[in-house]
Structure formats: C-alpha cells, structure tokens
Design a protein around this ligand. Structure first.
Ligand code: IMP
Ligand code: MG
Length: 175
C-alpha cells in the first residue's frame, strides 16, 4: 500500500479544486474573446489539465508534450530532452503551457524558448505548484496555484519514480 510512504497531506483535494476554480475564472477573464491552445506537459500535469480545462469558459484546444529532465531521482539533471512533440503548428495561436510544478525552472525555461521560436500569438505559463526556493534559472509563471516549500511532493499527477500519481491529495513524501 503506497500510503505508508506518504508523510503528510500538503494540499487536500478540496483546496486544490477551490484554487483551480479561481485560476479558471482568472484565465477565462484574461483570454475573453480568444481561443486558448493548451500545451500540457506530460505526464505530471494531466490531472491538472483535466480539471483546469473544465473551468475555462473560452474555447480550448489541447496538445501534449513530453520532456524529460529527471530520471528516477529527485534532483534535476539539467538535461532537457523532448520525448514527444506537439502534433501540429502553434503559429498564431494563444498558447498556455500547463505544468504541474516548477522546481529548478530548467524544464520550463527550455520549453518556453523552444515554443517561442515557433511564433505563437502569445505564450504564457500556468503551473499548479511552484517551489521558488529551488529556482536555478529565471522563470516566472503567469498563473500559479500554490507556492510550496522545498519538499518533494507526490499525488494529483505528480510522481516519484512513476509512483503515487493517482493520489487525490498532494502529499509530502517521506525520506
Ligand atoms: P524543473 O526543471 O527542475 O523545474 O523540474 C520540473 C519537473 O520536475 C516537474 O515538471 C516535475 O515533473 C518534476 N518535479 C519537480 N519537483 C517535483 C516534486 O516535488 N514532485 C514531483 N515531481 C517534481
Ligand atoms: Mg512535469
């Protein structure tokens, strides 16, 4: 049973849902009259994407990217690789990157520069979680659910070595 390795609940499913409703309102307001092209960063952000997109009151399209900067370790290697690219062009589209967590910032900095070069009409970032203490490169999300302390979290899509993604709450992993 995976529960026994989980130290404590950091953010409950109710707190998460409340925050996503607020993010949805804010984003819908900011993009009024526009379509949003959501770019979900696999795999951790899928649950956030599913909940967030249903709170958006503007038309959305979705595509997925997979990048890897981590192996099974909890520290970023600094190496970012595209494992799966978008299916089509984003030229002229209002793109919003949907990310689960910003830690060192290396993944998103790489991704943002890469996507920016494809000439979207606009490019913003929404992240559910942000660990600002851990930042190694300058990157600021346009929308952020929660700033959290420097602790390794799992659940609500986030994994440790591919485990715990299905937990409903966001939990701190025991050492
Ligand atoms: P960054 O490049 O260091 O910002 O790392 C971003 C990626 O690392 C996230 O998209 C996650 O996949 C992973 N990550 C960073 N911190 C955590 C954590 O606390 N729990 C689970 N995954 C994490
Ligand atoms: Mg991720």
């Amino acid at each position: 049973m995976s529960q026994k390795y989980v130290q404590k609940v950091l953010l409950s499913k109710e707190e998460i849902a409340e925050k996503i409703a607020l993010l949805g309102e804010q984003i819908s307001r900011d993009y009024a009259g526009k379509d949003i092209f959501l770019i979900c960063v696999l795999k951790g952000a899928v649950i956030f994407l599913a909940d967030l997109m249903r709170q958006l009151k503007v038309p959305v399209q979705v595509d997925f990217m997979a990048v890897s900067s981590y192996g099974a370790a909890t520290e970023s290697s600094g190496v970012v690789r595209i494992m799966k690219d978008l299916d089509g062009s984003i030229e002229g589209k209002h793109c919003l990157i949907v990310e689960d967590i910003i830690d060192s910032g290396l993944t998103l900095k790489y991704l943002k520069e890469n996507l920016q070069s494809r000439q979207p009409a606009s490019l913003k970032i929404v992240t559910l979680l942000d660990k600002p203490e851990r930042r190694r490169v300058e990157i600021t999300p346009d929308y952020c659910g929660f700033q959290i302390p420097d602790e390794f979290v799992v659940g609500y899509g986030l994994d440790f070595a591919e485990q715990y993604r299905s937990l409903a709450d966001i939990c701190v992993l025991a050492e």
